[in-house]
Design a protein around this ligand. Structure first.
Ligand code: FAD
Length: 527
């Protein structure tokens, strides 16, 4: 195992190196490396760690061809290796070409500019400075193609898309997008320069950068992007039909797509990704009440309190009234009226299943995933619907500020998050997920001051989970985990500052109000 470095943790998308691992990692490697040697007592290194972490996140998908590492020279066990690599000042940045010998002590990066965009461009330059002999194993060509090479591709059939990015000579967008798409199959990205006049004439391109798309069926089109930024180009290409992320598991390193046929007898339900479906919310509650909680024979003490709070929260904030609200209100009244310190869970099930049905109020008797259906059994479903439910509740809480009055929850700054946190910690069947969520919530939720921040905290937390899980076995190829909302759903949510993608929080909030708001919840497929 790599030793723990104090400024960085295993959760960060970079490799923590040290005496036992540095030479093994960078010598004879199939990828290039960029390593920061730092000292955990150096104030500048501490300040800079957030930039380095953000850079690592920004180029996470490039790591197969250029990896980011850190070595903490303040740790005693690393003294020798830092001396061996001649590290005198902190931080020191060194890069290593792919296939460099074990004796290579790296090349110093002396650039004064260590901002994300400059270091990212340095990484592109490092890659391009390789020769044919030491070219990183999985690195696609980064060169600009000529008109003579590209024009014959027009009108040709292929088994994948080819995207041609045409750009000014000093632009890095083309190379960055090529590297951003490294983990995806189904599309090949090539770049050409704005000086290729025959190509510009043929494709009728006048503005730069532009993307031109050659389809597998031999047709070709100019691809429209709302903003000519790296994030928009990459995001658009990643979401083309038939373009999928390679899975990270060892069994799928060949990039073979997982079967996308749905197993079992469930019919595919057509749906619109810009909508939220009541059927998913109802199925979340169905699963939660009848499956997840049913594994508990009795509820007492803290567990009973958490369950009551959850039921109250849903009864008060679930949008649109109807069966669900009636059921949760009845359940809530019943729970509050019981003087017992412990209740058998069977009594809850009886209420949900039988008594309510007699009075005509019932929750769907089956799971019916729509926006949360997976391309095959075992993917998506319940966890997707639980996120969706809580996003809806944060938005409803903002829309109905007084809804929780006299419930005992009104005193909390972020009641939806607190209830979610306690529920996930105590009952959510995925224990590791619960632990991760609790770790984040223990630090973050107390900083949430108001209902808007409550919405944004959950949004951000969900995105951090998406980043972590992208390409993992739970990643459904039809619904790849990615920063959300995508530019397709909300272009104004995305901006670029100093060449780095940033979110426009005001517009994310506006988007959330619309997307997770009551009027965007479709009753299609619901009871
Ligand atoms: P999901 O991530 O479940 O998203 C569902 C839908 O919500 C998406 O289709 C999209 O429409 C929308 N959405 C996506 N991102 C956002 C966002 N940032 N804000 C608002 N809406 C968004 N799995 C693990 O393997 N490890 C974990 O540690 C882990 N932790 C979890 C913690 C919690 C609290 C929950 C509820 C689930 C957790 N999971 C974890 C499960 C995982 O996050 C996914 O829910 C699951 O893999 C199903 O993924 P999905 O493709 O359906 O998308």
């Amino acid at each position: 195992r790599y030793p723990a470095a104090r400024l960085y943790t295993d959760e960060d998308p970079l490799v923590i190196l040290g005496s036992g691992s540095l030479m093994l990692a960078v010598g004879n490697s199939s990828s290039a490396w960029l390593v920061q040697f730092y000292s955990s007592w150096c104030g500048h290194c501490i300040q800079y760690s957030s930039t380095w972490r953000a850079l690592a996140q920004d180029v996470k998908d490039w790591q197969q061809v250029v990896s980011i590492g850190v070595v903490d020279c303040a740790q005693e066990e690393n003294f020798d290796v830092c001396k061996d690599f001649s590290i005198k000042f902190y931080p020191t940045f060194k890069y290593f070409h792919a296939h460099s010998p074990q004796t290579d002590r790296g090349t110093l990066y002396r650039g004064a500019n260590r901002e994300i965009q400059s270091v990212r461009q340095l990484m592109v330059n490092i890659l391009q400075n390789h020769t044919k002999v030491d070219w990183p194993d999985h690195c696609p060509p980064l060169k600009a193609y000529s008109s003579v090479e590209l024009l014959p591709l027009l009108g040709q059939r292929s088994d994948h898309y080819t995207a041609i990015i045409v750009e000014e000579p000093d632009s890095y967008v083309g190379r960055e997008v090529i590297l951003d798409l490294l983990q995806y199959y189904g599309v090949e990205v090539k770049r050409a320069l704005s000086s290729e006049l025959p190509l510009l004439d043929a494709l009728k391109i006048t503005t730069f950068p532009s993307v031109y798309l050659l389809h597998p069926n031999a047709t070709h089109t100019h691809l429209h992007v709302q903003k000519r930024l790296r994030f928009f180009f990459s995001s658009l290409l990643r979401t083309l039909p038939g373009v999928h992320r390679r899975l990270r598991s060892t069994s799928s390193t060949s990039g073979v797509p997982v079967v996308t046929d749905k197993q079992g007898s469930e019919p595919w339900r057509d749906f619109d990704r810009s909508k939220v479906y009541a059927a998913d919310l109802e199925s979340a509650l169905h699963y939660l009440l009848r499956v997840e909680l049913a594994t508990h024979n009795t509820l007492e003490g803290e567990e009973l309190k958490i369950f009551k709070d959850f039921v109250t929260l849903v009864a008060k904030l679930y949008p649109g009234g109807g069966s669900v609200v009636k059921l949760m209100e009845t359940l809530s009244d019943w729970l509050l009226s019981l003087p017992l310190p412990r209740i058998p869970y069977q009594a809850v099930l009886d209420l949900v299943d039988n008594k309510m049905r007699i009075s005509g109020v019932f929750l769907g008797a089956e799971l019916r995933w729509v926006g949360c259906q997976g391309s095959r059994a075992g993917l998506r479903g319940y966890p997707c619907s639980l996120w969706t439910l809580f996003h809806v509740l944060t938005v409803q809480h903002e829309a109905m500020p007084t809804a929780l009055e006299n419930t005992g929850l009104e005193g909390e700054a972020a009641p939806v998050l607190q209830v979610m946190r306690r529920y996930v910690r105590t009952f959510f069947g995925c224990e590791v997920c619960g632990r991760h969520f609790e770790q984040a919530a223990a630090v973050g939720v107390k900083k949430v001051q108001n209902r808007e921040e409550q919405i944004l905290w959950l949004w951000n937390q969900h995105n951090l989970v998406n980043y972590r899980l992208a390409g993992s076995l739970s990643d459904d190829p039809l619904f790849p985990k990615a920063p959300w909302p995508s530019p397709n759903l909300c272009a104004s949510c995305h901006e670029e500052k100093n060449g780095v993608h940033v979110w426009n929080h005001n517009n994310v909030l506006l988007f959330f109000r619309k997307h997770y708001g009551a009027s965007n919840i479709s009753p299609k497929y619901s009871l």
